[in-house]
Design a protein around this ligand. Structure first.
Ligand code: S3P
Length: 430
């Protein structure tokens, strides 16, 4: 994909696809509930389709409907103990959320299963879930003893545990809480700082007894999950690309409607404010547990900031986009405490730094983040997305504000979380 510098402001209102984390969890809990769960504004991205595929292979009936450009998923739940033994390997594709959350569920089943994914998934660390799941008594091994997928999970009796996670990871927390539904006693997870809490909120919505106490979440086993109607809010991680575009392309004023603003996810909004971006957030009234808002940005002159500590898990997926914003900000932006970036879909410290350097940015990698001296004009370059959807989209936005033409290699990876991304970008940039 070639993307050209633009001088014409991006103006108008857009919506973004449903939240990826919430879409995955709705399929998982809908499958384990009694009754029919309806999921509106579902993210029809490859990652969430991998989750659907895994549950279909375990006998869950899942129907997909499309109304205009909106997707609805209807899940006929089997109940907590109603999944069937799959007759083939479960394939999570590129989705870390699918592998880690599903492992927790599979650990509690009375059948054996094998779970794998694409080349990127087979490099991502799974010991972080294997270790606590084993502590619960799970029989889970890395088939090639790499600490990564493929994973083999055999039946066992699970014990309730109290686990302190060394990293703030919603995937680890959720994997343990999901396994906790099948344990013999209460299971608690304590994290060093708050990661996204969509699992806790949705488990409660489906009827599970989940307590939240500071940084500790606990679940009572054997919940009777009841089917729900869920409206998935727009994904703030997808909105972030257009919010950033509106800030750095001169003459822009852009509203993204119905975006999820769960406080565990809104670090990007805090950063836009810290950088002096013009931002307004109009909160919507709703019956849903997950709060939403219409978010408007205007082109702004940005200044640097420091991003670290408990803010990091609240914006971990937006760091590629934030690094681009920092190039257009005056002063030195420092991002630290973000070593987790190295184990995402790509090593994002490397993929951000090499691609921004190719565009002329003054950016240095550090062990746990990066240092960006903003204000240098960027120029078009050939970008290697490393098949990482968030790298492809962040650099497509960067290209709009860089001189000349930028070519994004392997841009098809945007299908993972935002299949219509380039259509929306072109529509705004006509
Ligand atoms: C996710 C949690 C985060 C995030 C990922 C989605 C989730 O990962 O980066 O894109 O849905 O729970 P970690 O739990 O590894 O931080």
């Amino acid at each position: 994909m070639n993307i050209q510098h633009t001088t014409k402001g991006l103006r108008g209102e857009i919506t973004v696809p449903g939240d990826k984390s919430i879409s995955h969890r709705a399929v998982m809990l809908g499958s384990l509930a009694n009754g029919t769960t309806v999921i509106n504004h579902f993210l029809n991205g490859a990652d969430c389709l991998s989750t659907i595929d895994c549950f279909r292979k375990m006998g869950v009936s899942i129907r997909m409907e499309q109304h205009d450009k909106d997707h609805r998923v209807i899940v006929t739940g089997t109940g907590l103990h109603g999944l069937n033994v799959p007759d083939c390997i479960l394939d999570a594709g590129n989705s870390g959320t699918t592998v880690r959350l599903l492992s927790g569920i599979l650990a509690g089943q009375r059948f054996s299963s094998r779970l794998t994914g694409d080349a990127s998934i087979q490099r991502r660390p799974m010991k972080r879930i294997m270790q606590p799941l084993r502590q619960m008594g799970a029989n889970i091994v890395s088939v090639h003893d790499t600490g990564c997928a493929p994973l083999q999970i055999c039946p066992s009796r699970l014990r309730g545990i109290s686990y302190h996670t060394p990293v703030a990871s919603a995937q680890v927390k959720s994997s343990i809480l999901f396994a906790g539904m099948y344990a013999d006693a209460k299971t608690s997870v304590t994290e060093p700082s708050a990661s996204r809490n969509h699992s806790e909120l949705m488990l409660r919505q489906f009827g599970a007894d989940v307590e939240i106490n500071g940084q500790t979440a606990s679940i009572t086993p054997e919940p009777s999950l009841q089917a729900q109607h869920i409206h998935v809010p727009g994904d703030i991680s997808s909105a972030a690309y257009f919010l950033a575009a509106g800030l750095i392309v001169p003459g822009s004023e852009l509203t993204v409607k119905n975006v999820g603003i769960n406080p565990t996810r809104t670090g990007i909004l805090d950063v836009i404010q810290m950088m002096g971006g013009q931002l307004s957030v109009e909160t919507k009234e709703s019956e849903q547990l997950e709060p939403t808002a219409d978010i408007t940005v205007k082109s702004s002159s940005l200044h640097a900031c420091t991003i670290h500590g408990p803010l990091i898990p609240r914006l971990i997926d937006e760091i590629p986009m934030i690094a681009v914003l920092a190039c257009f900000a005056s002063g030195t932006t420092i991002i630290r405490d973000a070593a987790e970036l190295k184990v995402k879909e790509s090593n994002r410290i490397d993929s951000i730094v090499t691609n921004l350097q190719a565009m002329g940015a003054d950016i240095q990698p550090t062990d746990d983040g990066m240092i960006i001296r903003g204000g240098r004009p960027l120029h078009g370059a050939v970008i290697d997305s490393q098949m990482d959807h968030r790298i492809a989209m962040s650099f497509a936005v960067c290209a709009l504000a860089a001189e000349g033409v930028t070519t994004i290699h392997d841009d098809a990876c945007v299908r993972i979380s935002y299949p219509d991304f380039f259509d929306t970008l072109h529509l705004l940039n006509r």
